[in-house]
Design a protein around this ligand. Structure first.
Ligand code: MG
Length: 463
């Protein structure tokens, strides 16, 4: 998405997680060509890029335009085909590419697509690299390669999915999981998770049933895994007596779990029990977790007594990855939306790796997921979004700060207000023209009271 702030002095292409837009409206083939050219110019001739796509509409058009741009600058493109984002990222790192490009809009609605640039370490490129690419793009500082070098500039690279499946399966205790004879429902949102997660789980001796697993994106399950979009899948988990259900987003870097009773587990709750488990499983890891302000205060409440430090960051999994890298490691990194990073595998969120770890945890603990979640403190949770421009969302945040000025506030991303029996986060989305509101309280009444207060302000800024 392009944001023009003020009088057009600041121009941005990249949001919190790549460039996103509506196909042929705010993300066109022309933009994709220019962005590919800008990335190619940034890297320089002779470099090698791995390019993968998810199954969204517009993927072929955008990837061909990006490839034309990259190769114009003399960059050789290896086409990895359809693959989840974490599979592309793992291949970039393990096969020594100079970078990667993933054509995906992750969890956005189906009319969206996007372009994500991955650095050679497999992590999304840091902001300063994106800024450099943006300046080449906006100033048209493209460097065309000599015609003499433009031969054999693309090649198929068919190992991405295979390598990922083997790698994830090798990270967990296969025998332990196999012994349990688990039955798991996998819902990959009619996208590329269907190429990997069912295979990985079968390799672990799990009986897999898939829902929304064909690659035709319409009619579709909403690509974001939420209690609403996973309602039918949750029902299926309960009815067939599965031990677990998992819902991915479009590019399968997120995993939202459904317990055996058909209840959706919030991402920060599943992350808390995974963090406690990994702390003992991998005692060599630094005793810290890194999470975004969108996670609940419950993270501190549960993990601090175990001697685990909680580091808060801005929202966006690439931010969490870089913080973990800078701090020299962590037990894990996560967000409440089902993003979970297990640094021992790779420093990026990874839906199938998270699922494999959850199965190992269930096998070792010998309890159903609902019982493990029941042991956590109880909160009443509300998540909602209000359509508004970014500018209005920023004004909305300022008014919320003012309304709760006597309270503890974390302002690294929007505003998070923390009271004794509640917390509320209000922030502009990095990928869509909406404001996100998240809140939790010890009682339903308190949660509704806070929501009312915040929504009164939101109504005035609504698009
Ligand atoms: Mg995603």
């Amino acid at each position: 998405m392009i944001y023009y702030v003020g009088c057009g002095m600041v121009r941005r292409l990249f949001g919190t997680d790549g460039v996103r837009g509506i196909v042929n409206k705010t993300l066109t083939a022309e933009m994709a060509l220019r962005l590919g050219y800008a990335i190619g110019t940034y890297l320089g001739p002779g470099k090698r890029i791995l390019l993968c796509t998810d199954a969204r509409y517009g993927g072929e058009m955008i990837s061909r335009a990006v490839i034309a741009g990259l190769t114009s600058a003399g960059v050789k493109v290896y086409e990895g085909g359809l693959a989840p984002t974490p599979a592309c990222q793992l291949a970039v790192r393990d096969f020594g590419f100079d970078g990667g490009v993933m054509i995906t809009a992750s969890h956005n609605p189906p009319e969206y697509n996007g372009i994500k640039f991955i650095a050679s370490d497999g992590i999304e490129a840091p902001r300063e690299v994106e800024e450099e690419i943006e300046s080449i793009y906006f100033e048209s500082r493209f460097r065309p390669s000599s015609w003499m070098h433009l031969s054999h500039m693309t090649e198929r690279f068919p190992l991405v999915v295979e390598h990922y499946v083997k790698s994830v399966a090798s990270r967990v205790d296969k025998d332990r999981i196999k012994m349990k004879g688990f039955k798991v429902v996998v819902d990959p949102a009619n996208n590329v998770g269907s190429l990997t997660t069912p295979r990985i789980l079968r390799e672990l001796g799990v009986k897999v049933l898939t829902v929304n697993a064909d690659l035709h994106p319409l009619p579709y399950r909403e690509p974001e895994p939420t209690p609403k979009s996973l309602k039918e899948t949750a029902e299926i988990v309960k009815v067939i007596g599965a031990n677990l259900g998992v819902g991915h987003d479009g590019d399968a870097d997120r995993a939202v779990f459904i317990d055996e009773k058909g209840s959706i587990v919030l991402g920060d709750r599943s992350a808390i029990i995974l963090a406690k488990y990994i702390k003992d499983r991998d005692p060599d890891l630094p005793k810290r977790v890194v999470t975004a302000v969108s996670s609940g205060i419950i993270v501190e409440e549960v993990l601090k007594p175990f001697g685990i430090e909680v580091v808060w960051t801005r929202v966006g999994s690439p931010v969490i990855s870089r913080v973990i890298q800078k701090m020299g490691g962590a037990i894990c990194g996560f967000e409440e939306n089902g993003s979970f990073i297990y640094p021992k595998h790779q420093l990026v969120r990874d839906g199938a790796m998270t699922t494999a770890l959850m199965l190992e945890l269930l096998a070792v603990e010998g309890k159903p997921l609902s019982a493990l979640i029941d042991e956590l403190p109880k909160y009443y949770t509300i998540k909602t979004k209000v359509p508004m421009t970014r500018e209005n969302a920023e004004k909305f945040v300022e008014e919320v700060k003012e309304l709760y000025k006597g309270y503890r506030q974390i302002t690294i991303d929007g505003v998070k207000v923390i009271g004794d029996d509640f917390w509320v986060l209000v922030r502009p989305s990095g990928t869509e023209p909406i404001a996100r509101i998240m809140l939790e309280a010890k009682s339903e009444e308190k949660a509704k009271e806070i929501l009312n207060e915040v929504m009164k302000i939101a109504e005035r800024y609504k698009s």
